[in-house]
Design a protein around this ligand. Sequence first.
Ligand code: ZN
Length: 488
Amino acid sequence: MEHKLYIYNTLSRKKEQFIPLHDNKVGMYVCGPTVYGDAHLGHARPAITFDIVFRYLMHLGYKVRYVRNITDVGHLENDADSGEDKIGKKARLDQLEPMEVVQYYTNRYHKAMEALNVLPPSIEPHASGHIIEQIEFVQKIFDAGFAYESEGSVYFDVEKYNKTNNYGKLSGRNIEDMLEATRELDGQTEKRRSVDFALWKKASPEHIMHWKSPWSEGFPGWHLECSAMGTKYLGEEFDIHGGGMDLMFPHHECEIAQNKAGLGKDSVKYWMHNNMITINGQKMGKSLGNFINLEEFFTGNHALLTQPFSPMTVRFFILQAHYRSTVDFSSAALEASEKGLSRLMEGFSRLQKLTASATSSVETAGLRAKCEEAMCDDLNTPIVISYLFDALRAINLVHDGKETISAPDLEELNSVFKLFMEDILGLKAENEASSGNEAYKKAIDLLLNMRLEAKQNKDWATSDKIRNELTALGFEIKDTKDGFEWKI
Ligand code: ZN
């Protein structure tokens, strides 16, 4: 590989050079949504973060198998271990078959991801489609002596596991403290210890989704699906496991313990976690009334929003922060992002229309290397964006005729913008005026060229008619030294 990529490994708590386990092949697993409600910002951030990882690894020449699951069983209300199944509850409330709930929200999730220009993963396995693999995984942990059965449910024996392993090594939690804090509660439920987590739960009579197993008619614990599906599709050892920081404990900690107990090895080489999003400085939550789903952002239909924000504005906003920093959403911050993105898009579109001169008076040569360097430094998208903004100045000066650019420099600049804006950051023009709708663009250009001709022929009536009617339709037309510019 030409470029050395460094990523922050949550497990080692430092940046490490990325060296895949198998030559140029990379396996990446990212925890996907539990599909019982509409996708919101909490879903958008990991999806976009790992979309960038996926895109950049492919750009570096790796063949990436990207697995992102759909959780459609076993995620209980109270995190992982108690309460009702989130999907089962929604199905009961809406009087639907659980798989109707799953299909409905999966479709909506896909639609939102497509709008955000998030590439689909290579494999999107459903937990409910991998019950056999999960039962087999429980059996392996059982056989290795790290699980016990109680009243038809199977629990992971955390205390025993911790005697020979380090439970808490990812999240930094201290198991001794956890055991101490819960000692008086222990022995009161079917679990031996509060820290133990369910691998298999016996279904109560009202529980809708259940399967046969050696222990009971029941369902798998939430953490188990990622152990089972990750290793099924990526092998017992694979390169990257990602997700939001909120999943670090207990979900990912439990996954590490399950894999080590069941397979005898650590499955994941690099653990990556994106930071959280707050809204107006507050944690997002349904009870706080600041829970804005993506569709509400796109339509502006929420009390906390001053206007609609397009999917690309939301994407750009997320990319303006490093994935390990927190992001605070507010309408004002989004408005600023919208302006910034529109300037960048306008510059990109201007760049494509610039005419070359014999020599360059602007300096643009180092842009590609600087952008690659920023991406290789733990995917520093905000720095890449700042370099693109810097280049915008040169583009605008050339556009205004104050500076010149040579043909090779212009070609390179176009190529760098296309690579970083479109292929790596995944930013695309949204309104028809500058989008890929080529026929539409050409039709407007044709009309405006006819207007230019009319002006040259001093046919003011025709020239004004074209201008006024396009303006009435919402077009903004600007005369320039080379002809015209327009947007909608
Ligand atoms: Zn997971």
